[in-house]
Design a protein around this ligand. Structure first.
Ligand SMILES: [Cu+2]
Length: 153
């Protein structure tokens, strides 16, 4: 009787772990999936110490610099319409950076010589709403000022 119980519990645990492993593998695969038709397609390039954004559909690239002394941004915002599905391709021109929009759960490394892909949904907020962008990989002297904003348009 005791042996049968042992076999049952062992098989129950094996079945449970196999289920968790299978589900996690499928979920991980889908997390990396990119949308087939994103609303915006943006290339993000990290530099010491600013972000460059390129919109291939608009044939435009611009740098955004953050002035920590007065908290102002120059060069333009990373923009997207409310509710958009945005695909970003992220790389770096010099050292390793990390592109992070904390409020939207976006975080992806910017690595020289490598293109990382990520897609996220922009909230249905009021046009003009700003979301902080901050480099989250220590990248040198002015890492702390490597900021920008995502602006709803
Ligand atoms: Cu950085």
């Amino acid at each position: 009787m005791v042996e049968k119980l042992e076999v049952f519990w062992t098989l129950a645990v094996v079945a449970l772990l196999a289920g968790v492993a299978g589900y996690s593998t499928i979920l991980l695969y889908h997390l990396d999936a990119l949308p087939s038709d994103p609303t915006e397609y943006v290339e993000v390039i990290g530099h010491q110490w600013y972000w460059e954004f390129c919109y291939p559909a608009n044939n435009t690239c611009f740098n955004t610099s953050y002035d920590a002394a007065n908290g102002s941004l120059s060069g333009g915002y990373f923009w997207a319409p409310p509710g958009a599905v945005v695909q970003i391709n992220v790389t770096s021109a010099d050292v390793v950076h990390s592109f992070n929009i904390p409020a939207l759960g976006v975080r992806i490394d910017a690595i020289p010589g490598r293109m990382n892909h990520f897609a996220f949904s922009v909230p249905n907020g009021t046009p003009g709403t700003l979301y902080l962008i901050q480099c989250t990989e220590f990248c040198g002297e002015f890492h702390g000022t490597m900021r920008s904003y995502l602006k709803l348009t």
